[in-house]
Design a protein around this ligand. Structure first.
Ligand SMILES: [Zn+2]
Length: 116
């Protein structure tokens, strides 16, 4: 499960934010997960409940996952289309040949802290 490796990376980045801002705890971490990454949101969620217990500042916090659609641009006709819905095939010309132009990233979008 490489999701756990990603999550430990998330925890380390959040730890920096916590230190820099003199926080004790955070409420939620928002991550963006592209459909074209090999990251499985369910595994992320399960993994988070495990690793968030390892860190005082994460305990009891929530992982919010924004899934970003994978978008391809057809190399034959230039059409942009959602890759998953179209099963990777250009809806205009039927070509498989495409560049993936969105949905390839995994990153932390936001760290949420409850106002006190
Ligand atoms: Zn096409």
């Amino acid at each position: 499960m490489h999701e756990l490796t990603l999550l430990y990376g998330v925890a380390e980045k959040v730890q920096q934010v916590v230190k820099e801002n003199g926080l004790e705890k955070i409420d939620a971490v928002v991550v963006e997960v592209g459909e074209a990454t090999a990251v499985v949101p369910e595994f992320l969620r399960d993994g988070y409940s495990v690793i968030s217990d390892d860190y005082d500042f994460l305990r009891g916090s929530e992982l919010i996952i924004d899934v970003i659609k994978a978008v391809g641009r057809c190399r034959s006709c230039g059409r942009e289309f959602p890759i998953n819905e179209c099963r990777g095939i250009c809806p205009d010309c039927g070509s498989f040949d495409k560049d993936v132009i969105a949905g390839t990233d995994f990153f932390i979008k936001e760290v949420r802290v409850m106002e006190t």
